[in-house]
Write a protein that binds this ligand. Structure first.
Ligand code: GLC
Ligand code: CA
Length: 550
């Protein structure tokens, strides 16, 4: 692979990288079965290159019964036949690398699918067997073991234990099709090291680690839990289910493997932990980087953004890692919609967002034009920050979330098991519109596995491509410019009027955001890029401008 232009040379390529997350089933469908596939992605490598991204992260593409959108993995070292083959995977790696695009894959180590060979063996084996010891099987309570071993709910509904035909129960923090591994078992460690080596040997550059904070659990006494809100999670490394100090021993072992490669393989933790506990996942002897999801729960407000930025740059300094930024992913309401959910109806916290979704998603009264303006302004701000940015497929088109999918066409277990309390995540997983017309807007010739709304046509790649005012061209311009502008990792704030933020980066450029609904004065400097057209010396409402300083 040739030299990478980012600071520090190739070993540090990830520090300020832009990573584009792909939900493979919804990106592009080459064989017209309604499901996105590797061939579809391969056909779009030019498109990816046109975005000047540094890496692609593929959400799970492994064999799966899709109880949780692929996060129920039946075989960690293969490709789902509906998505492609290992040979196609190798071809994708090669084609991406040829365009200087690196590849992350998703590793789901907390739980497998119930279709995984290990779980199937466990079901066939007796209580106390070696096969059962890879998962968390226990006898039930009550006279005949008819009550679950402990009072444990799951993320997706009331039961965290499910009974097997022979009477024992197994633990699952997510759906019952996602049994949790027992990470006190050495065999589980070895199995995942084998998987990480398998993909690293195939040229994978990085790993996104799913629920990285849950692997190690205290099982005596058995854990109990009725809510998965962060408020009830202990913040000192002794919680029975999450973020236990011992989890880092696992990642140290992984790091030793990663460092056997040149450049070393990288990893980013999905760890929903108390913010001050996040740096531990990002140490150089651990995973190296951790997601910072704070912007997903920040109001569209200058002070809120500033405190999130300061806190996370500080965390990054504590570990020597770089910070990460995320505005959208496959689990949240797309930011072009989220940023105009009124805070009295929802918005900001996940609880409030769920509330809005459950009660107001069909009202159809959000100001989506403002949502798009805010989304573009937020993205341009994010892309000006030190650290790496994770983009989610379709945000470069300015797609709003599809919030009105009829319930009988939804797929997300969070919706079906959530007892009417949780949003469906399907709205951000609807297949992308590539063309303005056609049965699935160019996603493929065979329809789309989630329904696309008619308004998708106006967001199609074809419509935006080459159109200077489009969101797609704004992303392209911003990402290309970012590559040229970014050097060091420091940021210094400049004072600006209330409701705005202005910061400077090394090399004499700066980023100014107007969070308000009215225009404000444009700071001095040459305008390099702007999310809304500027006339005269005013920055329109809900806009970001990149400026070269005088
Ligand atoms: C992570 C994934 C989410 C999945 C869950 C269980 O949070 O992002 O999509 O449902 O883990 O694997
Ligand atoms: Ca397909």
């Amino acid at each position: 692979m040739s030299e990478h232009p980012f600071l520090g040379g190739p070993r540090d390529w990830w520090r300020q990288a832009v990573v584009y997350q792909m939900y493979p089933r919804s990106f592009a469908d080459a064989n017209a079965d309604g499901i996105g596939d590797l061939r579809g992605i391969i056909a779009k490598v030019d498109y990816l290159a046109s975005l000047s991204i540094d890496a692609v992260w593929l959400s799970p593409f492994y064999p799966s019964e899709l109880a949780d959108g692929g996060y129920d993995v039946a075989d960690y070292r293969d490709v789902d036949p509906r998505i492609g083959t290992l040979a196609e995977f190798d071809e994708l790696v090669e084609k991406l690398h040829a365009r200087q695009i690196r590849l992350f894959v998703d590793i789901v180590p907390n739980h497998s699918s119930d279709q995984h060979v290990w779980f199937q063996e466990a079901l066939k084996s007796p209580p106390g067997s070696r096969e059962r010891a890879r998962y968390i099987f226990r006898d039930g309570r009550g006279a005949n073991g008819e009550l679950p071993p402990s009072d444990l709910s799951s993320h997706f509904g009331p039961e965290g234990w499910t009974r097997t035909p022979d009477g024992q129960w197994y633990m699952h923090l997510f759906t019952k099709e996602q049994p949790d591994f027992d990470w006190s078992n050495r065999e589980v460690h070895d199995e995942f090291l084998k998987t990480l080596k398998f993909w690293s040997d195939r040229g994978v550059d990085g790993f996104r680690i799913d629920v990285a904070h849950a692997l190690v659990k205290q099982l005596e006494p058995l854990p109990t839990r009725s809510s998965y809100s962060l408020d009830v999670m202990k913040d000192d490394g002794t919680d029975s289910l999450f973020d236990r100090d011992e989890v880092h021993e696992i990642y140290k072992e992984w790091r030793q493997l990663f460092n056997q490669y040149d450049p070393p393989r990288v990893a980013v933790a999905e760890a929903w932990v108390h913010p001050h506990r996040r740096p531990a996942y990002a140490t150089t002897d651990g995973l190296g980087q951790a997601f910072n999801f704070d912007l997903l729960t920040s109001a569209w407000d200058a002070e809120a953004f500033q405190s999130v930025i300061d806190a996370n740059l500080d965390f990054a300094n504590q570990t020597g890692s770089s910070t990460t930024w995320v505005m959208s992913n496959h689990d949240v309401i797309r930011h072009a919609t989220r940023l105009v959910i009124p805070s009295d109806l929802g918005g900001v916290t996940f609880d409030a967002e769920n509330h809005w979704y459950v009660n107001h998603r069909l009202d159809g009264d959000l100001d989506l034009e403002k949502g798009l303006a805010r989304a573009k302004a937020a993205t341009l701000l994010m892309l000006a920050l030190p650290g790496s940015s994770y983009l989610y497929q379709g945000e470069e088109l300015g797609l709003p979330d599809v919030t009105d999918i009829p319930s009988d066409q939804m797929q997300d277990p969070q919706w079906f098991r959530g007892e009417g309390k949780f949003k469906s995540r399907d709205g951000c997983r609807v297949p992308l519109p590539w063309k303005a017309t056609g049965s699935s807007f160019g996603f493929g010739d065979g329809g789309s596995h989630l329904p696309q709304p008619t308004w998708y046509s106006k967001f199609a790649v074809e419509v935006q491509d080459g159109n200077p005012g489009s969101t797609l061209e704004l992303y392209r311009a911003a990402l290309a410019l970012r590559k040229r502008l970014i050097s060091g990792e420091s940021l210094s704030w400049r004072s600006s009027e209330s409701g705005t933020l202005w910061f400077e980066r090394e090399g004499g450029w700066s980023c100014f955001t107007n969070f308000t609904d009215h225009q404000v004065s444009l700071p001095q400097g040459e305008v390099l890029l702007t999310t809304t057209e500027i006339s005269g010396s005013k920055v329109p409402a809900n806009s970001t401008v990149w400026l070269r300083l005088p």
